[in-house]
Design a protein around this ligand. Sequence first.
Ligand code: F0G
Length: 454
Amino acid sequence: MKTIIEPFRIKSVEPITMTTQTQREQFLVQANYNLFSLKSDDVIIDLLTDSGTSAMSSRQWAGMQMGDESYAGSPSFYRFEAAVKELAPFKHIIPTHQGRAAEKILFSIIGGAGKIIPNNTHFDTTRANIEANQTQAIDLVTSEGLDPQLVLPFKGDMDLVRLRELLQSRCDDIPIVMLTITNNSGGGQPVSMANIRAVKALCKEFDKPLFLDACRFAENAYFIKLREAGYRDKTPKEIVQEIFSYADGMTMSGKKDALVNMGGWLALNDDDLAMKARNVLILTEGFVTYGGLSGRDLEAMAIGLEEVVEQDYLHYRITSTAYLGNALNKLGIPIVKPVGGHAVYIDARAMLPHIDPLHYPGQALAIEMYRIGGIRACEIGTVMFGLQPDGTEQAAAMDLVRLAIPRRVYTQSHMDYCIECLAEVYANKHSLKGVNIDWQPPALRHFTAKFSLR
Ligand code: F0G
């Protein structure tokens, strides 16, 4: 069967406010052409992020009623802890309100001036939390992972040669090695089990712990099942368990593959680090059995972790993201290949070669998608990365627009609508002009900058 059947029925609906192009043109002016400044009620299909935007199941909503809000020792914590350990049997499970809180705690205890943390590609909050502790964040993804057009099964893999060189030359300065699964900043590309195993072997050789930034661990596991020899007959859960068996710790945003709207955790085996992490947790997040979350949030995560490794769910998730990407590819729209797990990334620089990178082709494309179809996506390019610390501008390595797909939220007809809208944008691409930045803050400008059309 070619039709992707969503493996759920809809019990509770959330109306979408339909808008006209004329209305959206007004909303764009009011938002200074910054899509982060739009009211989400004015968006028809919101593909800004897959983070915290999942639909919860009826089981999760029912589980929330079981949430126990005791300050200390809540049964909800123990259910959450058991659910994490079922997949990732680390000794210490420390809840946090989201992924970056786990990162902040971890790097505040292992970072410091002169230290280095390698990763395939650090996500922005990970990098920022590392750098906030005067530590250097280094990306060592394979060179193939940086070529948007190359079709390879595991473009999230770590470059083992460069990792070995770094471990040899700077061994004393490296507190941990990280791997981000899937590699969000590199197009949502997965990391192979062979690469995880090889990175672990290098870590063992140099006596370094391996930590996973595991936000999208289940999607990564499903790619291993589909693409790596020897895994076809294993269940997603067995593959997830094998992945975590190679790690000494993890940071996690539950807002992705725990299928919840808020939550995360830090997990690790080292007793001394865990003690230090819990001390920071109590200062900044809350007591060790709730870490900035309600008991009901912990219940929802515990159930989400069971649901996310279900075969039917993962099949639907990965094939429906590919459905959108493959349709855009067929239209001739350049996308990052192969399609990743959680998002389709359009190569705006390749699609709009007449727009100079310093006139922000990604932003121009994202604005047009909203104007034509009320679709909100996210520029990941020169607007996000082009401003240098000395205030000058430089084109980013790529100008991408990310269409991130919320989990269990949109149906195939919503995706067909997006495809139709993008076909229209593509047909008129020569009419698109770049944008100017009229105002910007000194850092993280993409969230609040004001733009105008050229
Ligand atoms: N690591 C990765 C790989 C992520 O994608 C994110 C968040 C985080 C860490 C931080 O987690 O948001 O719970 O604090 N990514 C979101 C996104 C924001 O849109 O890609 P958080």
